[in-house]
Design a protein around this ligand. Structure first.
Ligand SMILES: [Cu+2]
Length: 291
């Protein structure tokens, strides 16, 4: 058979297969979207748009993105200080073992209860088999864990997954506040979060009414700020600006919408890392920055 004829026959075969799939989909009516052939056709056509949409999402909302998946060994963990084990798998389904270092670590793990309480920022240890391990201190409730990492030579990603901690769930609603006390330190956050923009925020640390001017470097800066949207815990991209050792530590946060945001500022002083927690509102922006 000559090549053009073979191609024509192959084309006809595809047409028949497509017609069959279409027929099945149509006959099944409302479940058209679940038909593997139909959804595959849509994926092929909408691939670019779908990818662009994922790129516009804030971090932390997806368990799998760009071929990488956060895979927890267990998704139900008893209360108390417990081990958490997980892998980051790549597109081939195998655990990834090569990561770039960002803020002095290969991977940052954030755990927080869905109501914004119980925040922990830890640095799991990577085993030879590609399994990351750390301890978390958990109380009953619905938790979210975030893995913030950069695969070797790739783009930075934040994947998120849910963990259930069984037991009687106590309620600790977060109060809206821009000033908080932690271990005798008064920590204040200043600045306006604005929807759709890179917003400057500055954290200031005082102790006994005096500005603290000898903060110690932590993760390559004089503090580390994590911002999560209240309601869905979207994980904002925040980066530190150059600063001295206090009392003021500046950051730039990319704010995806108006609404309330939980902010967690980790800082080190006298050899101890502490976390100051805030809940502040972002204002409506004038125009949305669609980059
Ligand atoms: Cu970290």
């Amino acid at each position: 058979m000559s090549t053009p004829v073979r191609l024509a026959v192959f084309g006809l075969g595809l047409l028949v297969a497509f017609a069959a799939a279409w027929g099945v989909g149509t006959a099944m009516g409302p479940v058209l979207d679940d038909d593997p052939a139909a959804s595959h056709d849509m994926e092929m056509g909408d691939d670019d748009a779908g990818h662009e949409q994922a790129a516009h999402l804030p971090g932390g909302l997806l368990v799998s993105q760009d071929g990488y998946t956060l895979s927890l060994a267990e998704t139900t963990i008893k209360p108390g200080t417990r081990p958490l084990a997980f892998t980051i798998t790549g597109a081939d389904g195998e655990p990834v073992t090569d990561f770039d270092i960002e803020h002095e670590k290969q991977l940052h793990l954030i755990a927080v209860r869905r109501d914004g309480s119980g925040y922990q920022h830890v640095h799991p240890v990577l085993g030879d088999d590609g399994t990351w391990r750390t301890d978390l201190d958990l109380v009953p409730g619905a938790w979210r864990v975030f893995a913030d990492f950069t695969p070797d030579g790739g783009e930075g990603l934040t994947l998120g997954a849910d963990v259930t901690v069984p037991g009687q769930v106590g309620s600790t609603p977060a109060a809206r506040t821009a000033t908080t006390e932690v271990d005798g330190y008064t920590v204040t956050i200043d600045g306006h979060l604005t929807d759709g923009s890179s917003s400057d925020v500055t954290v200031a640390v005082e102790r006994d009414g005096e500005p603290v001017t000898d903060l110690e470097p932590y993760l390559g800066a004089f503090g580390h700020l994590v911002a999560l949207r209240a309601g869905d815990l979207a994980y904002l991209h925040v980066h530190p600006e150059e600063s001295g050792p206090g009392p003021k530590v500046p950051f730039v946060a990319e704010v995806p919408s108006a609404g309330d945001f939980h902010l967690y500022f980790d800082f080190q002083h006298d050899g101890v890392v502490r976390t100051a927690q805030f809940l502040i509102s972002a204002e409506e922006g004038g125009s949305h920055d669609d980059h």
